[in-house]
Structures are given as structure tokens and as C-alpha cells.
Design a protein around this ligand. Structure first.
Ligand code: HEM
Length: 292
């Protein structure tokens, strides 16, 4: 008897796993290679690669506007096409207003859902208004001064996003324009910001450290594809404050120190395996005080 039950359980489990990992092929969506039970994230599970880099690799290896991936067991749709990305984040926000992280009782803004998120966001937004930012400038300046005493800093090109990918959950069925595919409510959607920022279609010669590309004169990049703080009605709430603070920090450091890599060799940045994009072991820099 137990043998029959065990066999039935094994058959049921096999069908369940098969059903889960054939989700994209059954729906006619081009999929990336995957390994059961890690899905597309084998390298992340074994601590070899940051999730953002794994997703970036999938972005690079495909040309289709959207690709089916598996975040472990969970099917998720990786959106590659810039116009479609903007539809998801901006124009068609009503179909993608949640991130799908957290639970229904989550109380932090990043993971909150629907109406609760909207209410709290509206309450918190005035904290980051122009007036409030002006009022904190003096203390930011002082903190900037103190920071020079304890400096152990890292400078990275602004095309390296702090969050290498964005995520949304489909909140109502959504037919992808110019395709036959309808994203079903509840499906996870991923956007590789790293992929967009390092795609030669969006940024010519993408690996070149070329800050003037952001100047008004040159402006040789696709501004729609640049989103270090996210996009649409649900971007980083602190983006203006962070932008001001980081500029002040960089100005303070550059005004007072000469900066050089600690060792005279090409710096290869390796990233921690977590979700945020943090260089493993930091970026070692040698600072020498400028004589004024
Ligand atoms: C340079 C530093 C930072 C970067 C690059 C950054 C970037 C981001 C990004 C990419 C998102 C997701 C946006 C999206 O999904 O479209 C986000 C969300 C968020 N960030 Fe930041 N962030 C930074 C610092 C901060 C700080 C200092 C705070 C708090 C004061 C903060 C608070 C938040 C919150 C609350 C959300 C969720 C907003 C919502 O769902 O309504 N961030 N951030």
C-alpha cells in the first residue's frame, strides 16, 4: 500500500515540477535555459554571481523584447525592450503597480501593495520636497566635512545602478502591444537596469567610462533606457536627496584629496551575491590629502 502511495506522490510531484518549469514553453514565450530546482539562478544559489549579473547575462544572450525566466521555482518575465519597459513602469502602471515582494500585512513602502502603498507614498513624498531638501543642505554639508576624516570611499560610474534590476507584479491581465501574448495577473516581471545601461543600442561604447556622454552637448544615449532610481509613479522616493548627497560627497572628496587605485593594476569589479549591487570587499582607493 505504502509503495503505491509513494509512487503516486512521486508521479504527482514530477507532474507539478514539469508543469512549473514548462510554463513559458507552454505559453509560447521564448525562455532562457534553466536547471531544476534553481531555475535561472544556479550561479546565485551557489554564491558565484550576484542576481543582477545573472539577469544581465540573460538580457545579453537574447534579442527578443521579452524572455521567460525562472526565479528558482517562480516563472518571471524579463522585459528587454525599452519601449515595453516604459509601458510597464510608466504608461501602463495600473497593470503593474506592485512589486510582488512582502505580504499583505507588509508595512514598508518598498513592498507595500495597491491602495496602502498609494496612501503611504502620498504621506511620505512631502518629506523629500524641494523645501525640505534645502533645509537639510547645511547638515549634509557638515556631514560631508566629517566624512573626510573617516574616508574609505568608492567611486563608481553612475551607469552602475545600486539596484541592478527592478521588479513588478502584474496586477491585472496585460496584453503586450504588438504581440499575441497576455501577461496574466500575478506574473512577476523583471527589468534588467544593468542590461539597459550596458546595451550598445542604448549607450554607444557602453563599457567606456565617458561621463561627458551625459552632457547636453553630447547626449549620445537613449534617455528612456537610463533609470538608476527606477521610473514611473513608483521610483525611489529619495532619489533627489540621494542625488544631491552623493554629489556633495564626491565634491568634498575631490576638493580635498587626490585619488588613485590602491594597487597599480586594472581594477576588476566583483560584486557581492546579494540583490543590491555592492562591490565585493569594497573598492580600495588610496587617498592623499591635497595641500591647499
Ligand atoms: C544612491 C542611493 C539610492 C539608489 C541608487 C536607490 C535606488 C532605488 C531604486 C532603483 C528603487 C526602485 C525603483 C523602482 O522600482 O522603479 C528604489 C526604491 C525605493 N527607495 Fe531608493 N535608492 C537609494 C537610496 C535610498 C534612500 C537613502 C532611501 C531612504 C531615505 C530610499 C528609499 C526608497 C524607497 C522607500 C523605495 C520604494 C519606493 C516605493 O515603492 O514607493 N532609497 N530606490
Amino acid at each position: 500500500m505504502w509503495f503505491i502511495l509513494l509512487s503516486l506522490a512521486i508521479v504527482a510531484l514530477t507532474c507539478l515540477i514539469y508543469n512549473q518549469y514548462t510554463f513559458w514553453s507552454r505559453n509560447g514565450v521564448p525562455g532562457d535555459k534553466h536547471l531544476i530546482p534553481f531555475g535561472s539562478l544556479k550561479e546565485t544559489v551557489f554564491g558565484k554571481k550576484a542576481t543582477g549579473l545573472v539577469i544581465h547575462n540573460i538580457y545579453k544572450h537574447h534579442k527578443e523584447p521579452f524572455v521567460g525566466v525562472y526565479m528558482l521555482f517562480q516563472p518571471a518575465l524579463l522585459i528587454r525592450d525599452v519601449e515595453l519597459v516604459r509601458n510597464v513602469l510608466v504608461q501602463d502602471f495600473n497593470s503593474f503597480h506592485d512589486r510582488g515582494t512582502g505580504t499583505k500585512v507588509t508595512i514598508e513602502l518598498f513592498s507595500m501593495r495597491g491602495a496602502s502603498w498609494k496612501t503611504l507614498r502620498a504621506k511620505l513624498t512631502p518629506l523629500f520636497s524641494t523645501g525640505k531638501l534645502k533645509s537639510i543642505l547645511t547638515s549634509v554639508n557638515e556631514v560631508g566635512d566629517r566624512m573626510l576624516n573617516h574616508i574609505n570611499t568608492q567611486l563608481v560610474e553612475s551607469k552602475y545602478p545600486g539596484l541592478p534590476f527592478l521588479n513588478r507584479e502584474c496586477t491585472q491581465d496585460y496584453k503586450i502591444p504588438n504581440s499575441d501574448y497576455t501577461v496574466k495577473k500575478g506574473t512577476s516581471v523583471i527589468i534588467s537596469v544593468l542590461g539597459l545601461h550596458y546595451d550598445p543600442e542604448n549607450f554607444p561604447d557602453p563599457m567606456k567610462f565617458d561621463p561627458p556622454r551625459f552632457s547636453e552637448e553630447q547626449h549620445n544615449y537613449n534617455a528612456d533606457a537610463y533609470m538608476p532610481f527606477g521610473e514611473g509613479p513608483r521610483p525611489c522616493i529619495a532619489r533627489r536627496m540621494c542625488s544631491i548627497n552623493s554629489k556633495i560627497a564626491v565634491i568634498k572628496v575631490l576638493a580635498n584629496f587626490n585619488i588613485a587605485p590602491k594597487e597599480h593594476k586594472e581594477i576588476e569589479i566583483d560584486f557581492s551575491p546579494g540583490v543590491a549591487f555592492i562591490p565585493k570587499g569594497g573598492l580600495q582607493m588610496k587617498l592623499t590629502k591635497k595641500i591647499k
